[in-house]
Design a protein around this ligand. Structure first.
Ligand SMILES: NC(=O)c1ccc[n+]([C@@H]2O[C@H](COP(=O)([O-])OP(=O)(O)OC[C@H]3O[C@@H](n4cnc5c(N)ncnc54)[C@H](OP(=O)(O)O)[C@@H]3O)[C@@H](O)[C@H]2O)c1
Length: 311
């Protein structure tokens, strides 16, 4: 069986661009949606043209033109959507319902991977307001996919390293703190950190794999299951500098939500579930649905290596 043709919707986005790269590297015929709405966004256009130079095919299509989505989808076997879902950037997860309709109408798609790439929304039924909107909307999209009988794979990526590792899991910064680091509770809750390029590689591995059909796949590689304390220790070893640790109690952390804008409140809620409740690791994942076990040939990035770039 040949490699499937893949369409990436949201290909210029943060995770989308890595998925386009991984798809090309794995030798898939790769299509990327080019939306006319990009207007004068020259950076977006240049990125699309650079994909084209690397062998991708650009397909024009718009979420305001349903037929154009159907036509785009008809060209491929697999659709991967990386629609925006981070409140402080852009958040349009429910637009995917139009894509689900297009896939249903086209009728040819063998696998759809919606914009997930985070926590498992099906386990977040008791999540805090207002951050629960992310999980609720992802569940709405899942239900639409399943109601339309579209073959799917949901990829649970856990914490993207760019958002959670370089900053030692501090809110409101992306680089390592210089002197003091805030520690969530006792800092011993297990978290899963992943390099985004590894997420992209696992995503592409999954698209043609019968073992991942209609399944949720978790990216939980053994060496990247770490506590916040372990992450801080790795950084202290690499940087050669000890940081002052300031523990934040659960109550104080939750209270810090007050007075923040909407995106800030969403962020605090998500961090709470990850670092206090342990929502990424408080359930078992069998080997048959864990990405590093399914694809042991992928040399995944360990977080001490990842952190070296921040020195
Ligand atoms: N696990 C983690 O730590 C983590 C961190 C961040 C995000 N995520 C998840 O990853 C997924 C993707 O997020 P991201 O940060 O990569 O997204 P992003 O870069 O903010 O945006 C991705 C793409 O969404 C498309 N888009 C945005 N608004 C649109 C609109 N009005 N109409 C049509 N398309 C629109 C754009 O596609 P074009 O390329 O066509 O312009 C954009 O490039 C989300 O589900 C998010 O929850 C997870």
């Amino acid at each position: 069986m040949g490699k499937s043709k893949i369409l990436v919707v949201g290909g210029t986005g943060y995770i989308g661009r890595r998925i386009v790269k991984a798809s090309l590297a794995a030798g898939h015929e790769t299509y990327v949606l080019q939306r006319p709405e990009l207007g004068l966004d020259v950076d977006k256009l240049q990125m699309l043209l650079s994909f084209k130079k690397q062998g991708a095919r650009l397909v024009e299509g718009s979420f305001n033109d349903q037929q154009s989505l159907v036509d785009a989808v008809k060209k491929v076997d697999v659709v991967i959507c990386t629609m925006s879902g981070v409140h402080f950037r852009s958040h349009n997860l429910l637009l995917q319902l139009k894509l689900v309709d297009a896939i249903k109408e086209a009728g040819n798609v063998k696998r759809f991977l919606p914009s997930e790439f985070g926590m498992d929304p099906s386990r977040m039924g008791n999540a805090l307001e207002p951050g629960r909107v992310t999980f609720d909307e992802k569940v709405v999209v899942r239900k639409a996919i399943e109601a339309a009988n579209i073959p799917f794979t949901y990829l649970v990526a856990n914490c993207f390293a760019g958002y959670f590792v370089g900053n030692l899991s501090q809110l409101e910064r992306l680089t390592p703190p210089k002197d003091k680091v805030f520690v969530y509770g006792d800092g011993n809750v297990k978290v899963v950190y992943n390099d985004e390029d590894d997420i992209a590689r696992y995503t592409i591995k999954a698209v043609d794999d019968p073992r991942t059909l209609n399944k949720t796949i978790y990216v939980r590689p053994e060496d990247n299951i770490l506590t916040q304390n372990q992450l801080i220790q790795k950084w202290e070893k690499i940087s050669g500098k000890k940081l002052e640790k300031i523990s934040i109690s659960e109550q104080d952390f939750l209270a810090s939500m007050k007075g923040l804008d909407f995106a800030g409140q969403v962020g605090v809620g998500h961090f709470y579930h990850i670092f206090y409740e342990g929502c990424l690791t408080n359930f078992q994942v069998g080997e048959e649905i864990e990405a590093s076990k399914l694809y042991p040939e992928v040399e995944y990035t360990r977080m001490d290596n990842y952190l070296k770039i921040y020195v």
